[in-house]
Design a protein around this ligand. Sequence first.
Ligand code: FE2
Length: 238
Amino acid sequence: MNSSRRKFLLTSSGAALGTFYATGLAAATEANGTEVEFTELDPTTVASGLSTGSPIPLRQKSIPGFLSEKQLGIHHKSHYGGALRGYSALDARLQSEATFASDALGSMLRARVSKGNSVVLHEIYFARLSEKANKPEGDLAAMIRKRFGSFDKWEADFIAAGKSAAGWALLVHHPINGKLYNVASDEHAVSVLWMASPLVAMDTYEHAFYVDYENRKAQYVEKFVEHIDWQAVQSGSI
Ligand SMILES: [Fe+2]
């Protein structure tokens, strides 16, 4: 994946942050900011289905001790793939009927955003799962400690967010104030803090875990945090 680097101004971070995913964001201009470099994905070359129209293949067919091949396969093919097909069809229709006005237009516009967000979040989810536990390093680790008190406190907060979320639990970074947030979303397109970039995305829909965990959502959520690929987070992998 190609990427380019852009400097952003962040406030209140104190420390320079490492490189991680920040999509097409303009530089924040808060006074007294700390200048920080991010890896910015190049939208003309990134392999996202939003660009190519094709799903990104699964990086790992199974994650032993966490998710089976059957669970990951169904999730990837039916739900991520289905979201991409839905997004592509809506986007093509809306583009070809740009002037069309009907009662259906509003629901189509909303559905395109919802399905597009589903595509992006699933790509982050699948790309940032790890077989072995690891932890954030360097400046990102320092930012988590500063914002949440410790990595363990962040993890506990994120697990609680995951248990409460009917759709997604996210760790996001906001470029305007430089802060990290744990977010609980009950759909693909709600609870969004505009301009925020997702760093960690935990899918909490039943389809993400039911094959392996049935109704034991808490078990899935607690295991998820042991399988975050923080190196992928910091390199901006999708
Ligand atoms: Fe999903």
